[in-house]
Design a protein around this ligand. Structure first.
Ligand code: FMN
Length: 157
């Protein structure tokens, strides 16, 4: 069993719905998931050192920008070592925008730059997750858990 930190930003509940599906699926693998929202909980990037995995979710704002409440965390990532930490990025956007899911892309690129071990594709859902999206979320969670398990095995060798 691993300890996973899940952080997300959601204004109207779409990213939250994605987060809940992923969290339930990760918990089914036997991991403990600590969930925090960027809006309500103080999130200090230094906490990442206490976890075996990280999941970050965000909706997108104008031109695919990161929501303001995610910016501090994004900047604090400069200060932390997350080299090799299993991680996944998800979010919700709206297909009508050219920069669909831009904020999730920005966050994913940042974690990749910091050498986190990422689930290769960021999972971005169009608005609220439908049944097909829910399957994608569970598949994403399975891949994330597989990465956590592989990482653990490597640490034990
Ligand atoms: C002012 C505004 C600008 C937006 N700009 C984008 C955008 O550039 N790209 C995108 O994918 N979605 C954009 N969206 C759509 C939201 O990301 C989308 O509605 C998302 O599902 C909201 O997630 P939430 O319910 O978790 O807050 C925008 C929404 C608003 C209100």
């Amino acid at each position: 069993m691993g300890n996973v930190l899940m952080l997300y930003a959601s204004m109207t509940g779409n990213t939250e719905a994605v987060a809940e599906i992923i969290r339930d699926a990760v918990e089914k693998h036997g991991h403990r998931v600590v969930t925090k929202t960027f809006e309500m909980d103080p999130v200090d990037a230094a906490e990442l050192a206490e976890y075996d995995g990280l999941l970050v979710g965000t909706y997108s704002e104008d031109d695919g920008a990161l929501p303001f409440e995610v910016e501090d965390f994004y900047e604090e990532l400069d200060e932390v070592d997350i080299d090799g930490l299993p991680a996944g990025v998800f979010g919700s956007g709206d297909f009508v925008y050219d920069t669909f899911g831009g904020a999730a892309n920005t966050m994913g690129d940042r974690l990749a730059e910091k050498q986190a071990k990422l689930v290769p594709e960021w999972l971005v859902v169009d608005l609220y997750p439908d049944e097909e999206d829910a399957d994608r979320c569970r598949h994403f969670a399975d891949r994330f858990c597989k990465m956590m398990e592989n990482n653990r095995r490597r640490e034990m060798d």
